[in-house]
Design a protein around this ligand. Structure first.
Ligand code: UDP
Ligand code: LCN
Length: 821
């Protein structure tokens, strides 16, 4: 019963198969388990478990046999194990999203399957024994309330929520005519500012609606396709059909046909089409609360990175798509999008102290800034780190909801949160106003810090993870849908759990045990990857669009010989191609890693120059502890490897239009972009570079591994193996030298990849479809949803509010150094 190849079906239980496997190599197994328990109580991670398993083999042959056998497979799939001699409890992850928990007795090798909660209790004993043994410790099980909610089955379908939902709805609405009632009710409820859309009250049964559709279809067939809606509006109304079907005979006919099909026998394709057509979303509110949120001079300020870029581009894309849809629906409605952030009176030269600011390149979208208030109702004047803002959020939600309703002239149709703070406020608002909610997390902090859940106490003073993880749990469970940028964000890879997945079952001893936190097989999960603004990041080959007026500045930035306060180092040989990287100078961005690889690789140094944009140039200029370390490291590497003449280090650049041209100027040298991060949630710079036609090497840890298909549309590099990474880059340039066409081939393939998968247009289409579809989905199973909502409200009140009280308000503590999102 061993598992060669390690393929396990979901139905195969490890607990069932393990005893037989243990019997097969009983002697080594005893030795292995002896070694596990010999060091006493402890938490073991995958690598340690595998090492000790290998050590228990007598020779190479046996080692190979062990590794290939079922037990080797189980140990390799074990993310972590809790050793409580004589027992060892394993958390085994056989596939993305699929976990099994077992307990093995090291003496008699008996095996028992345990629940996630039981596993967590074992784990807790290592950190808070008393709490772990208390029968009445707080245990939360959000899964217990999903009684009839359907779940996906296959790991490969995780993240395809809308597809699943449309399939499920088709089968639920089909069959008997009365099954169609929810959809009919949904249509009957559609309106804008009190004015009915699509159908009037008279069409209150599926039969009546079908008859009306039939009449209208026959009638439309007699018209010219481009006949404007106004010409037959009257006729439509006589049949009980209101505005919203289309702007011409053709679009109306199309929508009619689609809804007819759905009414007769719903199928997933028409179901999806139906929700992309139905006029249900006009006003959207997007929360991005912390940081400095603005359109200029904010990038590089603490807590302010890709999230700001993402949201501004997102708003532009959503507005464009909304306008197009509304026009096609034949409606005369102005959509509105509000980005809610906090107003910071001490704005440091940014516009973060301005209440209402139009979003550039949009017609109807604005940034609305609402201040945080102190207990005595005063405006909080200064910036607050994202780790410390919990005490202000509830009040913020109340204040902003009043303003929102005021500006929009009513409720929004959709609220989308970003990051923990934005998602929590979005949850409060969506519960209060009863509107559809979407969740986005550019990064979930829990996975960034090892064992930050079980060791929350140690970190709480600095990070307040007790608040953050609680808020994340509330938001994920309240939200109707979750937008992820990549699959790995949800469910990771074969080897590594995803960010959301790591919230499935976890515990914060002394605080709360999550028997089920969030399940990645829930159909609320969807992938919609962002793009890059294509008016800024376009291919270097589009000669007529190139910003040649910026070339003298860029020339100075890259090639002038003198150091100044913007750049240090210079490039001796301009004829070489350039490798380029740009990022905040955080540790995880690993820019110093890249510099070191370059320094150590003679071949690479012979072939190319290195240009870095990021951070500040002097440690004394920075307030961020991590950045200071990285700045010092940069200087010492430049000296150690004598890089002057081959490296140019330019400080952080905030003008994105010029940055776009900078990528292209690097492409002019037939260079490449390198993103060497130790981990990257998504990686906007990767798609910016690819959009400019710059061949790209990017980390295989996180989002970029999915954006790029290795050796096809760019290259993966392993940030933990600098030699291999730098050889791979050198190999590329060597090959380009021999075959210049190769460079162009990679450049084009990168662009092709972008156009197929990573554009804001694709994103906007997907997200608006989600808004519409989940808006209906949430009306199904109402009772069950309400019960869950009650549970969440109680949890918010009894748990979250108490935790918030542990966070000092500003002025009560020295500000903590923070890093950015
Ligand atoms: N960026 C910039 N100037 C810099 C460094 C970065 O304008 O000196 C921009 C970059 O072009 C990208 C964003 O900041 O649009 C960074 O997003 P990414 O997803 O790469 O990383 P994050 O900072 O969000 O972790
Ligand atoms: C935050 C990050 O850390 C990046 O990985 C993302 O690309 C960015 O937000 C936009 O989602």
């Amino acid at each position: 019963s061993s598992m060669p190849g390690g393929i396990l079906r979901r139905s195969d239980s490890i607990a069932d198969m393990m005893p037989e496997a243990l019997r097969q190599s009983r002697y080594q197994m005893k030795r292995c388990f002896q070694s596990y328990v010999s060091k006493g109580r402890r938490l073991m991670k995958n690598r340690q478990l595998v090492e000790e398993l290998e050590r228990s083999a007598d020779d190479k042959l046996e080692k190979a046999k062990l590794a290939e056998g079922f037990l080797g497979y189980v140990i390799c799939s074990t993310q972590e194990a809790v050793v409580l001699p004589p027992l060892v409890a394993f958390a085994v992850r056989t596939n993305p999203g699929v976990w099994e928990y077992i307990r093995v007795h090291s003496g008699d090798l008996s095996v028992e399957q345990v629940t996630p909660a039981d596993y967590l209790k074992c784990k807790e004993t290592l950190f808070d024994d008393k709490w772990a043994r208390d029968d009445n410790s707080l245990e939360v099980d959000f899964g217990a309330l999903d009684l009839s909610a359907p779940h996906l089955m296959l790991p490969s379908s995780i993240g395809n929520g809308t597809q699943f939902v449309s399939r499920f709805m088709s089968s639920k609405l089909g069959g008997k005519p009365e099954n169609m009632k929810p959809l009919l009710d949904y249509l009957l409820a559609l309106k804008y500012r009190g004015e009915k859309l699509m159908i009037s009250e008279t069409l209150n049964t599926a039969d009546k609606l079908q008859t009306a559709l039939l009449l209208a279809e026959v009638f439309l067939a007699s018209l010219q396709r481009n006949t404007p809606y106004q010409k037959f509006e009257q006729k439509f109304q006589e049949w009980g059909l209101e505005k919203g079907w289309g702007d011409t005979a053709e679009t109306c006919g199309d929508t009619l046909n689609c809804i007819s099909e759905v009414l007769q026998a719903p199928d997933p394709v028409n179901m999806e089409k139906f929700f992309s057509r139905v006029p249900s979303v006009f006003n959207i509110v997007i929360f991005s609360i912390h940081g400095y949120f603005g359109q200029e001079k904010v990038l590089g300020l603490p807590d302010t990175g890709g999230q700001v870029v993402y949201i501004l581009d997102q708003v532009r894309a959503l507005e464009e798509e909304l306008l197009q849809r509304i026009k096609q629906q034949g409606l005369n409605i102005t959509p509105k999008i509000l980005v809610l952030t906090r107003l910071i009176p001490e704005a440091k030269g940014t516009k973060c102290n301005v209440e209402l600011e139009p979003v550039e390149h949009t017609k109807h979208s604005n940034i609305l800034r609402v201040p945080f208030k102190t207990d005595d109702g005063e405006e909080l004047r200064q910036w607050v780190s994202r780790f410390d803002i919990y005490p202000y959020l509830e009040r913020y939600a109340q204040d902003s909801s009043v303003k929102i309703v005021d500006i929009l002239g009513g409720k929004p149709d959709l609220v989308i949160g970003n990051y923990t703070d934005g998602n929590l406020v979005a949850s409060l608002l969506s519960s209060k106003l009863g509107v559809t909610q979407g969740t986005i997390a550019h990064a979930l902090e829990k996975t960034k810090y090892e064992d930050s859940d079980v060791k929350w106490r140690e970190m709480d003073q600095k990070y307040h993870f007790s608040c953050q993880f609680t808020a994340d749990m509330i938001a994920m469970n309240t939200s109707d849908f979750i937008i992820a940028s990549t699959y790995q964000e949800i469910a990771g890879s074969k080897e590594k759990p995803g960010q959301y997945e790591s919230h499935y079952a976890f515990t914060m001893p002394g605080l709360c045990r999550y028997a089920t936190g969030i399940n990645v097989f829930d159909p609320k999960f969807n992938i919609a990857a962002p793009g890059a603004d294509q008016s800024v990041y376009f291919p270097f080959t589009e000669k007529e669009k190139r910003l040649t007026e910026l070339h003298p500045q860029i020339e100075e930035l890259l090639y002038s010989k003198e150091d100044n306060d913007e750049h240090i180092g210079y490039l001796e040989d301009r004829s070489k191609p350039t490798i380029f990287s740009m990022a905040r100078l955080d540790k995880v961005k690993n820019i110093t890693g890249l510099v070191e690889w370059y320094g150590q690789n003679k071949k690479l140094r012979d072939l190319v120059n290195l240009v870095i944009v990021g951070g500040l140039l002097e440690p004394s200029q920075s307030k961020d502890r991590e950045e200071i370390e990285e700045i010092n490291k940069m200087h010492s590497l430049v000296n150690k490897y004598q890089l002057k003449g081959q490296i140019r280090w330019i400080k952080a650049q905030t003008e994105r239009v010029r940055n776009g041209e900078l990528y292209r100027c690097i492409a002019d040298t037939r260079g490449a972009f390198v993103q060497p991060a130790l981990y990257e949630a998504f990686g906007l710079t990767v798609i910016e570079a690819m959009n400019c036609g710059l061949p790209t090497f990017a980390t295989n840890q996180g989002g970029p591994a999915e954006i790029i298909v290795d050796k096809v549309s760019g290259f993966h590099i392993n940030p933990l193996n600098g030699k291999e990474a730098s050889d791979k880059i050198a190999g590329f340039f060597q090959k380009c030298k021999e075959d210049p066409i190769y460079w162009n081939k990679m450049s084009t393939a990168g662009l092709q990849r972008i156009y197929e998968c990573y554009t804001w247009q694709i994103y906007a289409t997907k997200v608006l479809n989600m808004g519409s579809m989940y808006g209906f989905w949430r009306t199904l199973n109402k009772e069950e949803r309400q019960a869950k909502q009650r549970y969440l409200q109680m949890f918010y009140n009894l748990q979250f509010r108490q935790l918030v009280k542990t966070v000092p308000k500003l002025g009560e503590q020295p500000a903590q150094p923070a890093e950015c999102t």
